[in-house]
Design a protein around this ligand. Sequence first.
Ligand code: IPD
Ligand code: CA
Ligand code: CA
Length: 283
Amino acid sequence: MPNGRATDARGRTFLSRRSPLVTVMANAAYKAARGLVRDFGEVEQLQVSRKGPADFVSSSDLKAEETLVEELHRARPNFGFLLEEGGTVKGTDSSNRWIIDPLDGTTNFLHGVPHFAISIGLERDGKMFAGVVYDPLRDEIFTAETGNGAYLNAKRLRVSARAQMSDALIATGMPFKGRASHPEYPAMIEAVTDSAAGIRRFGSAALDLCYVAAGRYDGFWEFSLSPWDIAAGLIILREAGAMVSGIEGDDCMMESGDILATNGRLHEDLRHLLAEAAKTSRN
Ligand code: IPD
Ligand code: CA
Ligand code: CA
């Protein structure tokens, strides 16, 4: 791993701890982001049109995915893919697989709300190995590779040190139309509202996870996510010292899509709070 100063594809100098692998991922994200940012400008105009921006957004999403696939395939031709839009593409290298969400925060994007990201995870031998989440409007890139720490641009990331639920800012994703129903969710919101300093629902699970890694949020939970929502975030969280589990404390986040991520100190408290709320809502 080279150390010292380096320049990324945008001509920006950073303290180089980015390996060649993470550099490939970051450059693919930068390239795909150019189209998304251009299209986001259009979407803001389309809000008032009768037809609305829905078709335009889904083609923007697809274009971003195509760019990511092209760039990553060029750099690592044997790796497979799990794509939100394109599904599974088998590679000749069965150990390595990219897991990609080209646009996380679609509902925000569609409504002209400036909060969305590109998420690229690399799974190696069934475990998350590296991740990049890029928020192009803030020009914030979250990166991590196993054993090398997590970064926001050139800055090393650590989770927050908050140990009291009463000081904690907790994020969540609310169930919405078309998703599995979670009747216990309102009781969970009520319990966290009563105990924490605040709750946020910003609408990009990939960024929610990175915000826990960055110490902005102290905890996050959501049900029924997909592997591409969480793949990159999982490794960024782990490398930033976060604790991650299923909502019941299990280790099946990629399979179930249910995730609880915290700064570690608040993990048991938040898990317990959610479990108690779920229990009461069933009685
Ligand atoms: C969605 C976002 C959102 C979460 C949803 C995801 P998309 O991803 O991450 O925050 O609540 O569950 O599906 O559809 O914008 O890629
Ligand atoms: Ca997503
Ligand atoms: Ca998406």
